[in-house]
Write a new protein. Structure first.
Length: 159
């Protein structure tokens, strides 16, 4: 009986301690760079503040491209789309999300009737990273630019 009461007391105390503790907020930096550019001069950096355990945060950066076919005009989003959420996992942080990069290709093939071609790459992320240390989570070939890109993530606690 005493053991049961003691375990119940410890469980309530632990739950209360967890509620009193402020959730940790992280600054998450995404860096997309050409893998061939060792100096990373042309790197694009995107940042967001995330609270671990919260739903997805989204970042959108780019342009809306009008495409007219006949009398119809549709707009397509091109650029960078990042969806991300964090989960604390001991001394690590699990990054869960997607990174999508799209662009209008430089040349329009004749078989498209003069309409632009949009190249797009999308990568799903699920990785545990050490807070404060950058990690390359994915890389991909860009068919339009004919080069390889890396996506690096740095999740650092905000003090």
């Amino acid at each position: 009986m005493r053991l049961t009461l003691w375990l119940a007391f410890v469980a309530v105390l632990s739950a209360q301690e967890r509620q009193d503790k402020n959730p940790l907020v992280y600054r998450v930096d995404f860096t997309i760079r050409d893998a061939a550019d060792s100096a990373a001069k042309a790197a694009r950096r995107y940042s967001m503040l995330l609270e671990a355990g919260q739903p997805n945060a989204s970042l959108r950066s780019g342009n809306r491209i009008p495409v007219t076919a006949g009398s119809n005009t549709q707009y397509y989003d091109v650029g960078v789309n990042i969806d991300c959420r964090l989960r604390e996992n001991g001394d690590k942080v699990t990054v869960i999300g997607t990174v999508e990069v799209s662009a209008v290709t430089p040349a329009t093939p004749a078989n498209t009737g003069g309409l632009p071609v949009i190249a797009s790459t999308k990568s799903s992320l699920l990785a545990s990273v050490t807070p404060g240390k950058p990690a390359v989570l994915t890389s991909f070939e860009d068919p339009a630019a004919k080069s390889r890109f890396e996506v690096e993530v740095l999740a650092a606690p905000v003090k």
